[in-house]
Design a protein around this ligand. Structure first.
Ligand SMILES: NC(=O)c1ccc[n+]([C@@H]2O[C@H](COP(=O)([O-])OP(=O)(O)OC[C@H]3O[C@@H](n4cnc5c(N)ncnc54)[C@H](OP(=O)(O)O)[C@@H]3O)[C@@H](O)[C@H]2O)c1
Length: 384
């Protein structure tokens, strides 16, 4: 896979697990023009909004037969599943099903990070260990932290309360569009049977939180500070913001990894595999400028009786993940949206919270283990 022009196995079948998610929806949209037949595996086909050319198949992770049927004839399987307590079980079940029906080459979206007991790092390590034992080829993609996670900081930056326990640690954030592009290249590459590859995917330079605060200060024309907190103080704040213990520890774990500069590595892999340099953090901040400009009021989630903070979002200047429409400045502001989508595509999917007259309706919560506040600002939107 050294060329950035992928060698497509024409007419081949590509199965996408997680096609409705952040990486998955961008990937599914990018595959539309390729000469492959794409099938999206989802737990909820009713609400999966994908291109007409993408077949949608319902799967139940507790019914291995449904996974095997969905993977029948697939030459490639991409796993880009969301973080949940079921992640190891679900992804291992998919891998087992792929083995049973003939061994598609697996492209697994994993995570860059140290050997660790912290989720989700530990979960990805367990899944990678599982796939390594199987009689099939695989490409493991280990992205650094997604720059999109800075969405969480938006209202805090606006309110002057941004801070955390990441210290001066360095992180080479990556744009999720770059991860999706690399996944596309990995799926379309011509491969020898049994090929096993691992790629570390990063942005082009590392950033500390105070450096990001400086960049935001330049962008917003006012001083933005990152308040240094102890892990205990940060945990307390996260819990008070409405996160449950699991969600708070997950975010604190990220700060721990950031503080140790465990994600400071910079690789040239994105450029080698896509033919262009990774998108930069300043570009992402500029595209998402509005996220850091307004602090929305905190509202209560009716279903879960927890408070969640909504962040307005502008996708100005960024092409829609789904339909690739390029948006002029300031066109879209959807308070519950964090994905770069055109107005026509801003529509909730299965596991999203729908704003209704100031409240929320839990349409179909797929992550009961996680607090809504953790998920809310990381939810993807897909095309009508
Ligand atoms: N955030 C980061 O900084 C970062 C960095 C490196 C790596 N990663 C990894 O990248 C991977 C993909 O992330 P993403 O943000 O694209 O995922 P996501 O949007 O949160 O979720 C992707 C899809 O996973 C499917 N899914 C299946 N079982 C699920 C379950 N039990 N709970 C939740 N979703 C489930 C859902 O599709 P259906 O509802 O259609 O079934 C969902 O749309 C994750 O494994 C994550 O750990 C993240």
């Amino acid at each position: 896979m050294s060329s950035h022009v992928p060698a497509v196995s024409s007419g081949g079948r590509i199965a996408l697990a997680g096609a409705t998610g952040r990486i998955g929806s961008a990937l599914a949209a990018s595959l539309v023009a390729d000469p492959a037949s794409v099938v999206a595996l989802t737990r909820d086909p009713q609400t999966a909004r994908l291109a007409d050319t993408t077949a949608v198949v319902a799967v139940d992770f507790d019914q291995p037969g449904s996974l095997e049927a969905a993977l029948h004839g697939a030459q490639r399987l991409c796993i880009a599943h969301g973080t949940s307590l079921r992640q190891v079980r679900n992804e291992s079940a998919l891998i087992d099903a792929a083995v049973k029906v003939g061994g598609a080459h697996v492209v697994k979206v994993s995570s860059m990070g140290p050997p660790s007991t912290l989720p989700p790092f530990a979960w990805h390590i367990a899944i990678e260990a599982h796939v390594a034992k199987q009689p099939l080829g695989y490409t493991v993609l280990r992205p650094s932290a997604f720059v999109d996670i800075l969405h969480r900081a938006g209202s805090q930056v606006a309110a002057g309360t941004w801070g955390g326990a990441a210290g001066e640690g360095l992180v080479t954030f990556i744009d999720t569009c770059d991860v999706a592009e690399v996944a596309r290249a990995a799926l379309l590459a011509a491969l020898e049977p049994g090929t096993q590859r691992v790629h570390h995917l990063t942005g082009s330079r590392s950033w500390s939180m105070p450096q990001i605060a400086e960049e935001l200060s330049r962008l917003l024309g006012r001083q933005i500070l990152y308040e240094h907190r102890t892990p205990a103080a940060q945990r307390e704040l996260l819990l008070r913001s409405g996160l449950n213990a699991f969600g708070a520890d997950l975010l604190l774990g990220l700060d721990t990894v950031f503080r140790a500069s465990a994600l400071a590595e910079t690789t040239s892999t994105v450029e080698e595999l896509t033919g262009h340099a990774p998108r930069s953090v300043p570009a992402w901040l500029a595209e998402n400028r509005d996220v850091f400009s307004t602090s929305e009021p905190v509202r209560a989630c009716r279903s879960h009786r927890r408070t969640v903070s909504l962040q307005p979002h502008s996708v100005a200047g960024r092409p829609c993940h789904a339909c690739r429409t390029h948006l002029p400045m300031g066109v879209v502001k959807a308070p519950w949206c964090n994905a770069g989508l055109s107005p026509a595509c801003v529509r909730p999917t299965a596991h999203q919270y729908v704003s209704k007259k100031g409240g929320f309706r839990d349409k179909s919560l797929s992550l009961p283990e996680l607090c809504p506040a953790f998920r809310l600002n990381t939810l993807p939107f897909t095309c009508r």
